[in-house]
Design a protein around this ligand. Structure first.
Ligand code: HEM
Length: 336
């Protein structure tokens, strides 16, 4: 039985959640990878076209990543209602700390690409993008913590509240973070190969390909750890998504190998097709896992606004694509 058929009525919402969450994950992956690359480059010294593209695109990519988080945020509230509200209320200020962290991260990204920052030493520039990276890692950790707490049992919630805990601790959180960081390397290597374009020389392509392959290996190891850490067998409806994830990873790996071999055009295309399939499959597997671990909202009869949501989604996607074209054109003019 498929993930969407099993859910009957809410199938449309789950489909939207999978697609919108995959977009969010791809974009936050790019942000994490770009901040890490910019930091490493500043600390090592010198500059390269990938670091320049990362610095230029980071504020926009962060804005797009945050915007892409809104749709899945609405959808998890529709589908998992009381669990999402409970986890968010229990984490309270601790969870809301992601807002100042993101504001600080945004500011640091603009500072990092400012004309003033160009005159600074590598250590100082590394400090700026490194601080932004830490802010984004904190946000990633917080979302995984929230996700894990929402999926936990009522006894965990009671203990959390009774003991006045600020953090929800679970060994699975670190493994999930490793999984997302591995995938972040894939998203960044793919995105940067497009954005640096012809400016990326053989050395940069080789590094991007190597980074993508390392990311795939880390993600695969962490995925094995995540599956090993869960109670019970994987449900049968996970099988098609596992096949898609495996195929996506294989195509991505072929793209990364092409990049590492200096074949930029073929590498970029293969990596993009593979990464999109991989992220969609991972997003679907998250829901397969969740659908089996917890109950759905009892009824979706009162859930409203799907047509309006779809219209807004299309408008926002169009606006983001238009902004991306404007930025791209401006960058090309500057490079000419
Ligand atoms: C740089 C900023 C951000 C990073 C690095 C980030 C990272 C992540 C990660 C790693 C997850 C996966 C959690 C898991 O599977 O365990 C996640 C989930 C999610 N994020 Fe983000 N996120 C960021 C910002 C945001 C923002 C601003 C929003 C809301 C507007 C948002 C909405 C979501 C939602 C709705 C989920 C799914 C939660 C669930 O299904 O339980 N994220 N994020």
């Amino acid at each position: 039985m498929s993930l969407f058929a099993e859910l009957g009525g809410p199938g449309g919402y789950v489909l939207l959640l999978v697609v919108t969450f995959a977009a969010h994950a791809l974009l936050v992956g790019f942000v994490l990878g770009a901040a890490a690359w910019a930091t490493a480059r500043a600390l090592v010294g010198g500059d390269d076209p990938v670091a320049a593209a990362a610095r230029d695109w980071l504020p926009f990519a962060l804005g797009a990543a945050i915007t892409a988080g809104v749709a899945p945020l609405l959808l998890i509230q529709v589908l998992y209602q009381h669990r999402v509200y409970t986890a968010t209320l229990l984490m309270s200020h601790r969870f809301m700390a992601i807002v100042p962290a993101l504001i600080a991260g945004f500011y640091l990204l603009y500072l990092g690409k400012s004309v003033r920052a160009r005159a600074w030493s590598g250590a100082r520039r590394g400090l700026v993008s490194g601080a932004a990276l830490l802010a984004f890692l904190f946000v990633a950790w917080s979302w995984i913590e929230e996700h894990t707490l929402a999926a936990a049992g009522a006894e965990t919630w009671v203990a959390h509240y009774r003991d006045g805990r600020v953090f929800h601790r679970d060994p699975v959180i670190a493994v999930r973070l490793a999984l997302w960081l591995g995938l972040a390397a894939v998203a960044f290597a793919t995105g940067a190969a497009w954005l640096a374009g012809a400016r990326a020389g053989r050395a940069e392509l080789r590094r991007l390909g190597g980074l993508g392959l390392t990311g795939l290996a880390v993600a695969a190891a962490a995925a094995v750890g995540t599956v090993g850490g869960r109670a019970g067998e994987l449900p049968a409806m996970a099988t098609p998504w596992l096949v898609l994830a495996g195929s996506g990873a294989a195509v991505t790996a072929a793209g990364m190998i092409a990049l590492a071999g200096g074949r930029g055009r073929a590498g970029r295309r293969l990596a993009t097709v593979g990464a999109v399939a991989l992220f969609l499959a991972v997003a679907a597997l998250r829901e397969v896992d969740r659908a089996h671990a917890i109950e759905w909202r009892a009824t979706l009869d009162g859930a409203q606004g799907l047509p309006l949501f779809v219209v807004c989604l299309l408008l926002a996607t169009g606006a983001i694509a238009w902004c991306a074209r404007l930025v791209r054109r401006h960058l090309d003019e500057r490079a000419a």
